[in-house]
Design a protein around this ligand. Structure first.
Ligand SMILES: [Zn+2]
Length: 366
């Protein structure tokens, strides 16, 4: 039990070092892509480790598309690499581990990039423009994005209740979280063009994936869904055959098809603009590219939104004190990577199970 939990690192720099050491010890091919930052003293990079031949069916694992969620994603990647020391990678498969896609957010304990971009809203497929906002987001803007530092009298909770958060939580969650392109300092901003991290992925993913026609990609995320449970979300409309493959491979209960307009309260997923997975599947449209957002639940959407809102205010307008900053960042970290040993044990064990299901399916496809 303790072994798995030890894969969680206290900082981005520690996580990065452990990932590089573990991959290096396995003689993985490692490539690092530096990310410049004015606001972080750390050395930031997207690190990619590959194992196995470049024409073999590939398992792709990506972490920290939402920076702070990298504490979990990196732990999954490290747990897999450490398991390889006792039980070697499956021969004839390729493993592609992309570590810290948003290293700034990972390092600085935020979901978004240095430029406030939500990377999972930033992968627009041409000719989709970087424009638009949900009409309800416009109405909620002043509530979720106040133009002031955190603290003081804050009527967020009663006002949010007034917006009937509790009565129609999924509809409000969708309006806020689906991505917007008009409020650069607001939550879930998709940017005005491809972010530096997105450009690196787009330029180099052909080389990472190799020549195979068969790819299963798990993009590791946290905070959506009930505590310590998980769902594998599909990001594009899927035909019946493909859906059958996902459900047979991972279990029908674990799969959530792409969200459309038929949102209901039981769903974890909602329609998102500019998704990483949509871009990857579009780019590799001539291959069998299976992509899932693996979401591991933590706390209620309301608590998570409240934490994101407070951190975003502090990031743009400053904190009143170091202790306020610590408290707000600590709550955000708790929302995206709970300290609970039970949570940490459960999510890593589940993630490794999902990886095993994926590699079993890839082996069968060889
Ligand atoms: Zn996420």
């Amino acid at each position: 039990m303790n072994e798995l939990q030890s894969c969680f690192s206290p900082t981005y720099s520690d996580a990065r070092k452990r990932f590089l050491n573990a991959a290096g010890a396995l003689d993985a091919t490692i490539t690092s892509y530096a990310i410049d930052s004015q606001r972080s003293p750390s050395s930031l990079a997207i690190d990619v480790a590959t194992l196995g031949p470049d024409d073999a069916p590939a398992l792709v694992l990506t972490s920290a598309v939402h920076g702070i969620e990298g504490f979990f994603g990196s732990a999954v990647q490290l747990a897999l690499l450490e398991r390889f020391t006792s039980s070697p990678p499956i021969e004839g498969l390729r493993y592609v581990l992309v570590h810290g896609i948003n290293p700034f957010g990972f390092d600085q304990l935020r979901r978004f990039t240095e430029d406030n971009v939500d990377l999972n809203r930033n992968f627009k497929t041409p000719p989709d423009p970087y424009r638009g906002v949900h009409s309800a987001y416009r109405q909620l803007d002043s509530l979720i994005n106040p133009l002031s530092p955190p603290g003081g009298i804050d009527l967020f909770v009663p006002k949010a209740l007034w917006y009937r958060w509790r009565l129609t939580p999924t509809a409000v969650q969708h309006a806020i979280s689906c991505g917007q392109f008009e409020y650069p300092q607001g939550l879930f901003y998709g940017g005005s063009g491809p972010a530096e991290s997105a450009q690196i992925v787009q330029r180099h993913c052909d080389q990472w994936i190799g020549k195979t026609d068969t790819i299963v990609h798990l993009d590791l995320h946290t905070a959506l869904g009930p505590f310590a449970t998980y769902k594998l979300l599909l990001c594009d409309a899927t035909d019946a055959d493909a859906l059958d493959w996902y459900e047979t491979t991972f279990g029908a209960d674990s799969i959530e098809p792409a969200a459309g307009s038929d949102l209901d309260a039981d769903r974890v997923a909602f329609e998102i603009l500019g998704q990483f997975g949509s871009w990857m599947q579009h780019h590799f449209h001539d291959r069998d590219y299976r992509f899932m957002v693996a979401e591991f639940g933590t706390y209620s959407p309301f608590r998570v939104l409240k934490a994101l809102r407070a951190e975003n205010r502090g990031y743009h307008y400053g904190y009143k004190s170091d202790s306020q900053k610590q408290a707000i960042q600590g709550e955000l970290l708790e929302c995206f990577c709970p300290r609970s040993p039970q949570w940490r044990q459960q999510v890593l064990a589940s993630a490794l199970d999902v990886i095993d299901q994926a590699t079993t399916a890839l082996e069968a496809d060889r």
